[in-house]
Design a protein around this ligand. Sequence first.
Ligand SMILES: [Ca+2]
Ligand SMILES: [Ca+2]
Length: 499
Amino acid sequence: MKNTNYQKNGFAVMLLSFCLLCVLTCLVSCENTSIDEIENYVTNNVEKGISKEVGENTSSKLGKSMSNGCRYNDSLALVAIHNATDGSNWTNVWNLNQPIDTWYGVILDANGCVKNLSLVNNGLNGNLIAPVQGLLSKLRVLNLSNNSISGSIPPEVQHLSDLRVLRASNNQLTGSIPLELGNLNNLRELRLDRNQLDGSIPDVLGSMSNLTRLKLYNNQLEGCYGLNLVNLCKQLDPAFNNNASISNGNNFAQAWEKICIDGISDCANEIVVPGDFNKNGYADNIDILHWGMALGNTGPIRPNATSSWIAQDCTPWAIEVAGVNACHQDGDGNGIVDTQDFQVLMDNYGATKYVANPLNLPNPTVDFEFTYQDVELDNGKQQRTYTIYAKDENGDAADIHGAAFNIEFGVDIDSVEVNVIGSSLEPTITIGERIDNSIEIGLTRTDRTNRLCVGPIVQVSIVATKNLPTGPETNLVEGYTINENSDILGIAGMVLIPM
Ligand SMILES: [Ca+2]
Ligand SMILES: [Ca+2]
C-alpha cells in the first residue's frame, strides 16, 4: 500500500516540478534531498488531506489546486527554502512529517496561507531561492536576519506581493539590491544591513510610498543618491532617516543626512527647479533675463515633470543660455520655452528652498541713472517718481535685451507702481514685485534683439505719508543686464539726480 502511494504521489511530484520550476527543482534534484524526504513530504501534505484535489491526482485537478490551494502551494515553497538553506542542520528544525503550522517560525492565516515566516538566528546556510509567482502570495513578514545566507537577492522577490516587512540583516548577501524590490508596494520595512551588498540604492525605492523603515548600513554600497530617493527623507521614520541606518559603513559619495538637508540628488548633472531659469537656487526677477533669451528654444521633454518647486532631473539640451543649460528655462518641462514657463516663474516667485549656487558673474561695473521728481498729493501724502536710465560700462546708453534689479527705498512706503509705457527698451514682459519697502523689477524683450536705451527704460512711483528724504536712502542693491549675445553685466548701483 505504501509503495502504491509512493508511486502515485511521486507522479504528482514530477508534474509539480514541471510546473513550479525553481521551487521544486531543488526538491527533486538536490543531492542532499533523499527519496525518503520527498516521500515523507508528499505523504504529509497530500495524504493528510491538505489538498483533496491533489489527492485525487489528475493533472486537471492539480491545476485547480495550483490556483486555490494556498496551504499546499505555500508548503512547497517552504520546503524549497528549507532545502536550499540546509534545513536538516537548522537550530530549530522542521519535522516535514508534521503539518506546516507546527513548523518553527511559520504562522498561517485563516485560509491556511503562510503570513509570517520568521527564521531569525536559526542556522540557515545557503542561498535564497527565487520566489515563484502565486506562492507565498499572502506572506506579510519575512525575517531571515542573523543567519549565514549567501548569494544575491533574487529579483523574483517581487512575487511576494503582499510583503510588509523584509528583514535579512546580518547575513552574507552579495550582489546589488534588485530594482524589482520597488514593485513591493506594501513594503513598510526593509532591513538589509550588515551584508556585502554592492552597487547603489535603486532610485525606485524612493517611489515606495509605504516604506518608512530602511536599514542598509555596513554593506559595500556606493555611488550617488538618485533624485527619487529624496522622497524618502520626508517619509522615513526619524529613527531610520539618518546616517547610522543608511550610509554608515558604506561608500556613498556623501552621507545620507546631507541629501536630506540639501533636498537635491548628487547624481544628475542637471537638476532643474522650475522657475529658477538661471540655476542660482532662487526664483526671482533676475530669472527673467535668461527666460527672455530662451524663448522659443526646444529640447527633450523632462520625464515626470512638475511645475512645482521640486528639484527634477533633466536631460541636458544641446544649447546654453548665458552659461546655463537650456533645459533650465523649460519650467513646465514640456520641451519648449514659452509664456507658460514665465507663468511657472511667477507661480514659484520668491521660492528659495534649495541650496543656492552663485551666478558666478563678473564684478558689477555699471551704474544706472535715476532722476526723480516729487509731487505733493491732495491727501497730504507725497509721491516720488524715479525715471530710470540703463547705462553701460562707459556710462553711455546701454544696448541691451533685458535688465533686472532691486531697489530699496529706505523709507516706509504706502504703495509703489511700475510704468513701462514709452520705455526705450520696449520690453515684452515686465516684473514688478513689491517686497516690503523695496521692489524687484525685471524687463525683457523676447526677440533676441537689443535696443539702444537712450531714453528711460522704466518709471517707478512711490507714495509715502511723510516728507521723503533726499539723501542716499534709496539704493539699487542688485541688478544685471543681458544683451543679445547673452553677455551679462552686473549693475553696481545708481546715480541719483533730482529734477
Ligand atoms: Ca534664479
Ligand atoms: Ca515649457
